[in-house]
Design a protein. Structure first.
Length: 143
């Protein structure tokens, strides 16, 4: 029986190692999120360069709405209240989509801007909820 215990513990260590390959340390996750923020910030800038044909009022409204969504993305990436922040971000994205696409508040806004914001938010949420080796079991954060 003493021989089966070491093999079981080796097996558990092996499985733990395999399943933790995707887990990052906190500093690695921070670096990944910073890279996402830089990349998507540049893409947002490119998207805004195509909106210069909009009237100033419409451009200002889109700028304010986009800034609010970006602020919520950054809050999700930097808070311990991840679940609540992710819910707020989802509500803001849904409102953004409704105002721009369904309600038609502003015509001429590219779908690329909406897709960019949505993908950025999704990736930040995935990184935040994936947890890290430093956090142990509390990968979901507090409510």
């Amino acid at each position: 029986m003493s021989e089966t215990v070491p093999s079981q513990s080796r097996g558990r260590k092996f499985l733990r190692a395999i399943f933790s390959l995707g887990r990052m340390r906190t500093d690695e996750r921070r670096a990944s999120i910073n890279a996402l923020n830089i990349f998507f910030g540049a893409i947002i800038g490119v998207n805004f360069s195509s909106l210069q044909q909009l009237p100033l009022k419409d451009y200002t409204v889109i700028l304010v709405l986009t800034s609010a969504v970006i602020a919520l993305i950054l809050i999700v990436a930097n808070t311990s209240r991840r679940v609540w922040s992710a819910v707020q971000l989802f509500i803001a994205l849904a409102g953004y989509y409704y105002l721009v696409r369904v309600d038609g508040l502003i015509a001429g806004v590219s779908d690329y801007l909406l897709v960019t914001l949505g993908l950025w938010a999704l990736l930040v949420i995935i990184y935040e909820f994936s947890g890290s080796d430093d956090e142990g079991e509390s990968a979901g954060g507090d409510l």
